[in-house]
Design a protein around this ligand. Structure first.
Ligand SMILES: NC(=O)c1ccc[n+]([C@@H]2O[C@H](COP(=O)([O-])OP(=O)(O)OC[C@H]3O[C@@H](n4cnc5c(N)ncnc54)[C@H](O)[C@@H]3O)[C@@H](O)[C@H]2O)c1
Ligand SMILES: [Zn+2]
Ligand SMILES: [Zn+2]
Length: 391
C-alpha cells in the first residue's frame, strides 16, 4: 500500500510499504478515505521529537472497514467509521473512568498510545491507504452516510481536531456565559473557539499572528486578535473595557477561561521567526482573571531535540509564572484528549446539523501531494490551515 513516511527533518515521502493486515483477532483494517495532517505531525516533521526514518505518519483517519478479525463483534466490513487518534482498549480502569488517552493496555510498560507518533507505541500511521485498528470494537466510531458525501470533512475532524478543541474547553471549564481567550488559530484553536461558542460562551477571543487563520476565527464568530499589532493581553482588555464592564467589576477585565492551543513551539511575539515555549503561558497568566481556568491542549514534548534558545529545554522543563496562577487561584489543566468521552457526542452534533467543523479545512490532496502540503502547512504558506489527504 502507499503511505506517507517520515524521511528526515522537513522531508516526507510517499512510499510503498507492506499492507496493513489483521494481526490480532480484535483488529480490523480500515480503508482510509480521508486522513488529515495535524500540528502534532509538524513537531515530528520539524525534527523535534525523535521520529525515525520510515515512520508512517498520520493519526486522523475516516474510512470504511475492509477486513475484520475473528473476535470483533460490533463492527462489520463496509461500515463507515472514524478512528480516534489515541487508541484505547475500552475496558481497563482508565478507559472505564473516561481517561482513554491514558489506557493501560495499548502501550505495555506505559500508558496511552497514538497512531504514527514517535514515542507513543508501535502503531503505524493513518496517512496511508490502509490502517490496522486494534481493539476495533472500542476504536471504530460509526458515522452515517457514504464516503465522499457532504459530511466527509466534518467527520474526519472527529478523529482529533474537533474533539481536542472541545477537550480544551473542558480543561478550561468553559460554560455558557463565559469569557474565553484561545491562543493559537490552527485547527485545534479554531475548533476550541467554535466549541466555546457552541457551549454558549459570551465572548470568545482568538489570538494568532497568521492573517488567514485570524480571518477564519472571525468567520466562526470569534473576535480575532493579531499579536503582530501589539500585546494581545492589552488588546483583549481594551475590547472588554470598550464593551463596558459592570460597576465594581472593572478589575475583571481579563477573561475567565484561557486556552493554550499552541504548545511548546510557540513563537516569541516580539521577534518574528523565533520560538519561546513559555510565551503563551506567560500571556495567559497575565490575562486570566482571578478564580479563572487555564486549559492546555497544545503539546509540550518530553523530548525536544532542538530546544528554543529562549527558555527551551531538552527534557521539556520550562520556567513558568506559577506564583501568578497561585495567587489568582487559577486552575490549570493539561493533556491529551480522552477521545472516548466526546467522539459520539460531537458526531451527533454534526449529524443533527448543529456543528459543521469542516469549514476550517482549506486544502485537499492525494497522498502524492503530502510533501507539498506538509511544507506549506509548516511554513503557514498558501493559506493552509487544515489539509486533508484523500488516499
Ligand atoms: N492535546 C491533544 O490531544 C492534542 C491533539 C491534537 C493536537 N494537539 C496540539 O495542539 C497544538 C495545535 O495544533 P494545530 O493542529 O492547531 O497546530 P498548528 O500548528 O496548525 O497551529 C498552531 C498555531 O499557533 C500559532 N502560534 C504560535 N505562537 C503563538 C503565540 N505566541 N501566540 C498565539 N498563537 C501562536 C501559530 O501561528 C499557529 O497558527 C499543537 O501543539 C498540537 O500538537 C494536542
Ligand atoms: Zn492530530
Ligand atoms: Zn484501556
Amino acid at each position: 500500500m502507499k503511505a506517507v513516511v517520515f524521511a528526515d527533518t522537513r522531508s516526507v515521502v510517499v512510499d510503498e510499504v507492506s499492507d496493513a493486515v489483521v494481526e490480532e483477532p480484535s483488529d480490523v483494517v480500515v480503508r482510509v478515505t480521508s486522513s488529515a495532517i495535524c500540528g502534532t505531525d509538524l513537531h515530528m516533521y520539524d525534527g523535534r521529537t525523535g521520529a525515525t526514518a520510515g515512520l508512517v505518519l498520520g493519526h486522523e483517519p475516516l474510512g470504511v472497514v475492509d477486513q475484520v478479525g475473528s473476535a470483533v463483534e460490533l463492527v462489520k466490513a463496509g461500515d463507515r467509521v472514524v478512528i480516534p487518534t489515541h487508541l484505547y482498549c475500552g475496558v481497563c480502569v482508565n478507559c472505564a473512568r473516561g481517561y482513554s488517552a491514558a489506557c493501560l493496555r495499548v502501550r505495555p510498560g506505559g500508558f496511552g498510545a497514538a497512531y504514527g507518533y514517535a514515542g507513543m507505541g508501535p502503531y503505524r500511521g493513518a496517512q496511508a491507504e490502509l490502517l490496522r485498528v486494534p481493539f476495533a470494537d472500542a476504536n471504530c466510531i460509526p458515522v452515517p452516510g457514504e464516503p465522499g458525501d457532504d459530511r466527509e470533512d466534518d467527520f474526519v475532524l472527529l478523529a482529533d481536531a474537533f474533539v481536542t478543541g472541545w477537550h480544551a474547553t473542558e480543561l478550561a471549564a468553559v460554560r455558557a456565559g463565559c469569557t474565553v481567550a484561545v491562543f493559537g488559530a490552527g485547527a485545534v484553536g479554531l475548533l476550541a473557539a467554535y466549541s466555546a461558542l457552541l457551549k454558549g460562551a459570551a465572548e470568545v477571543y482568538v489570538v494568532d499572528g497568521v492573517p488567514e487563520r485570524l480571518d477564519k476565527a472571525g468567520e466562526l464568530g470569534a473576535t480575532p486578535v493579531d499579536y503582530r499589532a501589539g500585546d494581545p493581553v492589552d488588546q483583549i482588555r481594551q475590547f472588554r473595557r470598550k464593551a463596558g464592564l459592570p460597576i465594581g467589576e472593572e478589575a475583571m477585565d481579563g477573561v475567565h477561561n484561557g486556552i493554550d492551543a499552541v504548545g511548546f513551539q510557540a513563537h516569541d511575539r516580539t521577534e518574528a521567526g523565533v520560538e519561546k515555549p513559555t510565551q503563551v503561558i506567560e500571556d495567559l497568566a497575565r490575562l486570566i482573571n482571578p478564580t479563572g481556568h487555564l486549559g492546555i491542549a497544545g503539546v509540550y514534548a518530553e523530548k525536544d531535540l532542538h530546544p528554543a534558545a529562549a527558555g527551551g529545554h531538552r527534557d521539556g522543563s520550562l520556567t513558568v509564572p506559577w506564583a501568578t496562577f497561585f495567587s489568582k487561584g487559577i486552575s490549570v489543566n493539561f493533556g491529551r484528549t480522552h477521545d472516548r468521552r466526546y467522539t459520539t457526542l460531537l458526531r451527533d452534533l454534526v449529524v443533527a446539523g448543529r456543528a459543521r467543523p469542516g469549514v476550517i479545512i482549506t486544502h485537499h490532496g492525494h497522498l502524492d501531494d503530502a510533501a507539498a502540503l506538509y511544507q506549506q502547512f509548516d511554513q503557514r504558506a498558501n493559506g493552509v490551515i487544515k489539509a486533508v489527504l484523500c488516499p
